[in-house]
Write a protein that binds this ligand. Sequence first.
Ligand SMILES: Nc1ncnc2c1ncn2[C@@H]1O[C@H](COP(=O)(O)OP(=O)(O)OP(=O)(O)O)[C@@H](O)[C@H]1O
Ligand SMILES: [Mg+2]
Length: 507
Amino acid sequence: MAAGSRGAEHLIEMRGITKIYPDGTVALRGVDFYVRRGEIHGLLGENGAGKTTLMKILSGLLRPTSGEIWVNGRKVSFKSASEALKMGIGMVHQHLALVQVFTVYENIVLGLKAEGDARLRIEKLMEETGLKVPLDVRIENLPFGVRQRAEILKMLYRNVDVLILDEPTTNLTPVETDELFETLRRLKNQGKTVIFITHKLREVLEVTDRVTVLRNGRVVGVVETSKATPQQLAKMMVGREVVFTVSKPPREPGEPILEVRDLWVRNDLGEWAVKGVSFTVKAGEIFGIAGVEGNGQSELIQAITGLRRPEKGRILLEGRDVTGFPPSKLYRMGLGHIPEDRQGLGLVLDMNVAENSILGVQRGRRFMGKFYNLLWSSIRRHASQIIERFAVVAPSLDAPVRSLSGGNQQKLVVGRELSKEPKLIVAAQPTRGLDVAATEYIRKLLVDMRTRGKAVLLVSADLDEVLQLSDRIAVMYEGEFMGIARPEELTREQIGMMMGGYRLAGG
Ligand SMILES: Nc1ncnc2c1ncn2[C@@H]1O[C@H](COP(=O)(O)OP(=O)(O)OP(=O)(O)O)[C@@H](O)[C@H]1O
Ligand SMILES: [Mg+2]
């Protein structure tokens, strides 16, 4: 084909894109990426495949090391995100870029010259797209799903034709996800083009028209969604067959490790978030808590891991009352915690891999000398072992954790916590944001820990995950357990009912 463009067919053409980061990491190796006008195009790939990098290049945040970008038949070279915006390309990041103390309205019009009918235009946009947000509420007072809608509105208000969403469903509830998909379909009908980055095969199959799969910085294939199967997409992503089920050898549970008795916990607003929850997790058992997020799961976990003080009730670890103990003490007593918010609690992003590998255990005898000096050689040895054993891909021990892909950040947290050989592992959303291969790996690790006699408390919004891994399941609704049962005793419908507030009969 001549040097010209296939502009008639493709709105976006990225040709031969290579990106080498300043530290030498080759994130993209000659990627060709084409998007048709008016389609919803999925961008699928494992953690670290290069999805975010490619879209940051398209939206002007990063410059490619080499390669060309054509938009609507014209060759472009963006020096900034605002230049890409002028050409109608806008990206909504996973970590939203809104000003917390400003209202939605202020955020939407931020940086634009005042227009008399701004508010009217925004209201009209909300009507057309179904993106409903309260315009005069500050961002910090809104739940994540609403903030995300605000950010999408902000892009649409700037007249983007191409909307790029980077893993938009990670922090959404199932209902919010459905609403987002409805909006994307509406935008498509209005002629907008959407690029949708995700790991979740089900979502790709549900909402996209075509999918491009990246692996290790290269395009492995482009498929029409209607002709794709989950098995085929998973195989393209990881380069081998993926097992969607984890094999779980039978195991008789042992002694109780964690006992929670009539626990009451308040949330940040002072309201009851956990209302009299009782359960026991035994050695060699995975106890799963399912439920729509925001029903008290986070507060329950915080109370168990010492991050929030319960108001009433008791928590026992191996028979010892540990209610109100600080996290540091609990860690020393054998608690491992894979936190829900790995970027806040799990890791310090600006610290390097070695430093992060000892968070929570830095005062241990292995890492601290007589004069409270850190023993760097043993810290580095420890970090290398985690990287090796848990297959963390990191450029070096000195690289800041920020530069690791999301999946590798999570593997580092999981590796650090499991290498403490804890007696009790509290795993909150352990595979959120992870690709199928990393997910499979972490699920297998949790099952291995359980089979080796550890007690595992699993909280996950992913129902398949809870059903597959747990030996017993509780469903949480408005701070209470709607029932506790073995997974084989429950149908998905029953769990769905319990998630909506129906108590399990006899449970
Ligand atoms: N600022 C950076 N400096 C150095 N390397 C980076 C930087 N950002 C990303 N990388 C590396 O580039 C590669 C591609 O990363 P990218 O974030 O694009 O992947 P991704 O497909 O979006 O992954 P994820 O699904 O985990 O978000 C990874 O190896 C990552 O570690
Ligand atoms: Mg990414």
